[in-house]
Design a protein. Structure first.
Ligand code: UDP
Ligand code: MN
Length: 300
């Protein structure tokens, strides 16, 4: 009994001391620690329920750093308003071949397919500025955000470039994009035919009252960021036709490194990718003629 009494008294004293110490510790050191921490990374994805569909933004990329610095904070701000769980993957082409937007998107997809439910194939220089443009999960078919009615530059009916949302199953159904498109253009038009052949209907926003001048910001100076429109070998003939040979299943590449980096404390992932070219099938991955310099003003 005596033992019980003294042990319970001791327990009371201990609890009291623990409480006082706890209060003291809670008030001082944690506050100091907080002050020393850098600002938190605004990575909204972690705060969402696993039930929500997750979006991988896949940005085909080479030599567009200025644009990226503007793109990342803009997209965080834009998509956080819509409470979309997303992550940005910059798929950077690190080889000597001409730029291949479609193959980079295939690689981005392969890298994200296990953790994400849908992708946005997203130009780095095109930023949505109308909050009615929704990036929600495209359940019934591909959803073209940068419609021909609102894109700053391209206005033909079958245009699906710029920004396109597509869910994982549909991207797999069409075997992704063709790998034959080295240099600027036509890979998006070929993808349109793939979608059509698979019976997938592309839909577009219907709630937009803004137009080509005020729906997107397109940071693209055509002299400073020249489009590689060269055509060499039999590129013109081959790339005009629907490709039934290449796609997601046979994109040739090496993933050299993956970097988790932040821009203004916003997390993104950069994949450094070497695209491998089958020079027998697509010799135009390198054109013998270099890009001609733009004629400059005559010096007087
Ligand atoms: N791109 C790039 N580096 C290049 C060419 C293209 O990063 O050398 C990427 C970038 O994301 C760009 C997209 O491919 O936004 C589409 O290319 P571009 O802007 O030249 O095409 P546009 O739609 O303006 O004709
Ligand atoms: Mn552009």
């Amino acid at each position: 009994m005596g033992y019980k009494l003294s042990s319970s008294r001791c327990l009371g004293v201990c609890l009291g001391l623990t409480f006082i110490m706890g209060c003291y510790l809670a008030s001082l050191p944690i506050q100091n620690e907080r002050a020393a921490l850098p600002k938190p990374i605004k990575h909204i994805i972690s705060s969402f329920s696993p039930a929500k569909k997750r979006l991988a933004i896949i940005v085909p990329f080479r030599d567009r750093f200025d644009e990226l610095l503007e793109f990342v904070p803009h997209m965080y701000n834009f998509l956080n308003k819509q409470r979309i769980p997303f992550h940005i993957f910059v798929v950077q082409q690190k080889d000597n071949n001409r730029f291949n937007r479609a193959s980079l998107i295939n690689v981005g997809f392969l890298h994200t397919r296990n953790d994400y439910d849908y992708i946005a194939m997203h130009d780095v220089d095109l930023m949505p500025i109308n909050d009615n443009l929704s990036y929600k999960y495209p359940a019934s078919g591909p959803y073209h955000i940068s419609s021909p009615q609102t894109h700053p530059k391209y206005h033909y009916d079958t245009f699906i470039g710029g920004i396109l949302l597509i869910n994982k199953e549909h991207y797999e159904l069409v075997d992704g994009m063709s790998n034959n498109y080295w240099g600027w253009g036509l890979e998006d038009d070929e993808f349109y035919v793939r979608l059509k052949d698979a019976g997938l209907k592309v839909t577009r926003p219907t709630n937009i009252t803004t137009g080509p001048d005020n729906t997107f910001k397109h940071i693209h100076d055509k002299t400073y960021r020249r489009r590689d429109m060269r055509k060499c070998y039999n590129q013109r003939e081959v790339t005009r036709r629907r490709d039934r040979v290449t796609g997601l299943h046979n994109v040739l590449y090496k993933l050299w490194s993956t970097h988790n980096v932040t821009i203004d404390q916003l997390a993104i992932t950069v994949l450094n990718v070497e695209l491998l070219c089958n020079k027998t099938a697509t010799p135009w991955c390198q054109c013998p003629e270099p890009m001609k310099p733009k004629p400059s003003l005559k010096q007087t």
